[in-house]
Design a protein around this ligand. Structure first.
Ligand SMILES: N[C@@H](CCC(=O)N[C@@H](CS)C(=O)NCC(=O)O)C(=O)O
Length: 227
């Protein structure tokens, strides 16, 4: 964590999330804010025209980025999730992290790295190599099998309620579905994953999380809050 805020942020001293509506990593961060019940200033930015204040706060310039009240910056979505729920977790979403039989970090990094690698090459195959599209879809599918095996009788990845697993993994699975909705509808056979994704998309939490915000401009009278 680094201490880099613009002078105006130093005066404001409130939580600020730099976000991008469709980004799966920003979605997970906003979901954690929703479940924490904490209110946070939200700055919806354009990834094609990143504001200088954002780059100053986080030179790696990926969303989401959280500016904390103590002026520290959190630049990784899973760290943002853990931070918000570490402050307030009325729904017990962090419980799997305290279970010695669970390797939450392993699963989430599997999705953030390997799954995302194949997802990008499947979803945006024209930017990579169209001839490899199906191969990457198959590889992503193999990773989704691991989650299908994990999903319990109650339909959740851990126990009988939503947890940090759904928050972090399902936004990426949604991208996999969006890459080719017709194929997903007809050929995706991991029924537990399919049902879990549908429940997630239909949830109040997801609807609130996908609310549209105006693009941020540095004007005090235009501050927006999430949720
Ligand atoms: N490991 C990062 C990944 C974040 C990420 O890759 N975000 C994408 C948007 S989905 C981004 O900001 N890309 C930079 C760009 O498009 O310029 C995290 O978990 O926060």
């Amino acid at each position: 964590m680094k201490e880099k805020h613009s002078s105006q942020d130093k005066i404001n001293r409130e939580l600020v999330l730099y976000s991008f509506r469709r980004c799966p990593f920003a979605i997970r961060a906003r979901l954690s804010i929703y479940y924490s019940t904490i209110k946070c200033q939200i700055r919806e930015i354009s990834l094609k025209n990143k504001p200088p204040e954002f780059i100053l706060a986080s030179p790696k310039a990926t969303v989401p980025v959280l500016l904390k009240e103590d002026l520290l910056v959190i630049e990784e979505s899973f760290d943002i999730v853990k931070w918000f729920l570490g402050q307030s977790d009325p729904g017990g979403l962090l419980i799997p992290l305290n279970d010695k039989n669970e390797d939450v970090d392993y699963f989430i990094s599997l999705f953030d790295n390997k799954f995302k690698f194949h997802l990008d090459r499947y979803k945006y195959s024209s930017r990579y190599d169209v001839t490899q599209r199906q191969k990457h879809r198959d590889s992503a599918y193999e990773i989704l099998k691991l989650i299908d095996d994990k999903i319990t009788e109650s339909g959740f990845i851990y126990g009988n309620k939503v947890s940090v697993y759904e928050l972090c993994i399902l936004p990426l699975v949604r991208q996999f579905m969006i890459a080719d909705p017709l194929w997903f509808e007809e050929h995706f056979k991991l029924e537990k994953v399919k049902k879990s994704l549908q429940g997630f998309i239909d949830s109040h939490a997801f609807k609130v999380t996908m609310k549209k915000y105006d693009e941020w401009i540095n004007d005090k009278s235009k501050i927006q809050y999430f949720p």
